[in-house]
Design a protein around this ligand. Structure first.
Ligand code: UDP
Length: 244
């Protein structure tokens, strides 16, 4: 079931349900894509109809950000739980690793990072075939689409930052021949060991964003806007807007 949070339709699912749905999409015919919106995405989608359309056209929209969970609560339509995109991707890869394997392509991050992520993930999921990777600082799409297509992935992780990764998946995903593409922001940096995730205690307290801010203080300007989502959700609740 989808729940509308300030114009973006989220799937109301747990991490386990999202992983099961994701693994099934990888095994399905045709192209599908998953988006992992946090509050920044939702605020941007309010101003950018193309981005909103792409988010709402996804096969699965998982709430990646404690701010989305709070906004849902304020709106009186609580979501089951926060589903971090990287946990979703790891869960899907673990499921595929345990059920016959799959071909995986990594797209994004600075040169060298995807290679390192590929080496680490190959060791973690020995039954998966990491069939190729490409950095995220390309100018022309066509050669990259061709490189992905030639590698014949089942699963494609697209880590170009938002909104580029979502627009890229919607525009080019079907040409890649992948069955499932997932937009994952900085996940390759984490898989490569270039960036560190918050310790579990911080994650459990819903403070992953604060840990990230501590490590990357330049994010403050971006994050400072996030309470606006809660203000906007409160406004929608008070005025009874249905699309809020
Ligand atoms: N990135 C990229 N191409 C670009 C811009 C960014 O591949 O043109 C990568 C960047 O190196 C990083 C990821 O996209 O690995 C975005 O990370 P960020 O943490 O900003 O994304 P978030 O998770 O906050 O959406």
């Amino acid at each position: 079931m989808k729940l509308m949070i300030e114009g973006v339709a989220f799937d109301n699912i747990t991490l386990d349900e999202a992983v099961a749905a994701g693994a099934e999409l990888v095994r399905s015919e045709g192209f599908h894509y998953v988006v992992t919106p946090n509050p920044e995405f939702v605020l941007r989608a309010k101003q950018d109809p193309d981005f909103r359309r792409v988010l709402n056209g996804a096969d699965l929209t998982i709430p990646d950000g404690i701010g989305v969970i709070y906004a849902a609560k304020i709106l009186g339509r609580p979501l089951k739980e926060r589903v971090p995109g990287i946990d979703f991707a790891s869960g899907v890869m673990a499921a595929l690793n345990g059920s016959g394997g799959a071909r995986v392509y990594l797209l994004g991050a600075k040169p060298g990072v995807a290679e390192q992520a590929m080496a680490n993930l190959s060791a973690r999921y020995p039954n998966l075939t990491f069939c190729g990777c490409h950095d995220g600082y390309f100018q022309e799409d066509a050669p990259v689409v061709e490189a992905v297509r030639a590698a014949r992935p089942d699963l494609l992780l697209v880590c170009l930052g938002a909104p580029r990764q979502e627009l890229w998946m919607a525009a080019h995903g079907p040409e890649t021949s992948a069955h499932l593409a997932v937009g994952l922001g900085g996940a390759l940096d984490v898989y490569a060991g270039v960036a560190e995730r918050a310790p579990e205690r911080w994650q459990k307290l819903g403070l992953e964003w604060l840990y990230r801010l501590k490590k990357e203080p330049w994010r403050l300007r971006r994050m400072a806007k996030l309470p606006l989502l809660l203000v906007s959700a409160a406004g929608s609740r008070l005025t009874g807007r249905r699309d809020g």
